[in-house]
Ligand binder design. Sequence first.
Ligand SMILES: N[C@@H](CCOP(=O)(O)O)C(=O)O
Length: 459
Amino acid sequence: MADLQLTDRVPAEADDGVWLACIECGESFAPFAEIRYTCDHCDGLLEARYAELPTWEDFEDEGRGVWRYHDALPFAEGVTLPEGDTPLHEVPRLKDDIGVANLRIKHEGMNPTGSFKDRGMTVGVRVAQEVGVDRLACASTGNTSAALAAYGARGGMETLVLLPAGKVAAGKIAQASLHGARILEVDGNFDQCLDIVQDLASRGEAYLLNSLNPFRLEGQKTIGLEIMEEFYADNGEYPDRIVLPVGNAGNTAALYKCFRELVKAGAITEDQVPKLTGVQAEGAAPMVEAIREGNDETRRWDDVETIATAIRIGNPVNAPKALPGIRETGGTAVAVSDEEITAAQRALAGEGVGVEPASAASVAGLRKLRREGDVGADESVVCLTTGHLLKDPDAAAKAGVDPEPVPNDTDAVLEHIDEGSSVVETVRRQAAKAADSPLPALIAGGLGAAYLYRKLRSK
Ligand SMILES: N[C@@H](CCOP(=O)(O)O)C(=O)O
């Protein structure tokens, strides 16, 4: 794993042991004296560096959630709701079905606004207070805007969110709206919204809180700390692999930084670093393309389309941080179809874990990699699910079963239940037979549902 000189030299610019460093040219900058998101010299991405890195003992007796890890963050506390401390679910049926030794689901949808973005915002909004801005802004496919709106409201700051018109799930817009963000709908895609927000930020009109902001990723780094601590506590070892959805590639970058810092601090060894494995939708897969073709940069995809709106992104800004993360940890990247994503969303829901489509991409990707032999049967794996089912109620309703109209009479309801049960059983058996391949399972399920619907309507 690349040694990126995380702590070797404390520059004069460091403020209380924290500074920003360019990942391309190594130039260092004071963290809070001026606002910058990229390097003044080469425009490379910046990351936070620390004079001292903590190890596991430093986190003991520190409560729960993101701020448990304050020794690994630029501040001791932030604008909090509070966030983090999300479940690491066991999913025994899914584990057996996919065929790995151990499978856990880190459900980031259980954060206060229903996605992992809250971890980034609790730190990012604290930094905004430090640098003295009062207008916060982001481009968003939805979750970032919901989190920014909530944390901005909590911090008493003005928030501006730019969304691709007609491309954001209903739950996310409702959140941004009720938390008081000013919602600007752009006739364009997410990447074009981000271009505009970057322009606004460079003109000093707003403080950018997308994952281009290096402090956002510091908060998201705590996903990795929680996974490692909890998985180790339960299993006496660290996971072999972490599989995660990739949109703007912030989590891939943040987890890679988390692991480099843990290695540097002596908390884990290099061979205990989990393999970072990214999953994208087939219709928005520039990272998968770059990994497959061995490129150091991603090609910008102008036309992106997928049911997984949260990862409908064609120009992942964190690619220069995330590509080495996947490569240096021995991971890989894979693209999955919308049908595979929906099948995985149903499978997770069948274990009681409700996620939005982009989240289910991680499980769909693991299934595909296992089927193709790129993941071994002996591996212990954590899949990251990034957002809650209720974020995208329309997708959930489409993936789920339709309500059944019944007469207003107990005996008729009972008759309906008994009759329906035998049909549902037949459908289940058909789907189970085809379970290894989501497409036949979907077709079987669809035919069964259509049969059931016709039968019930004909009564
Ligand atoms: N899926 C994201 C896209 C923006 O990503 P960010 O991590 O750079 O804020 C969203 O929810 O908007």
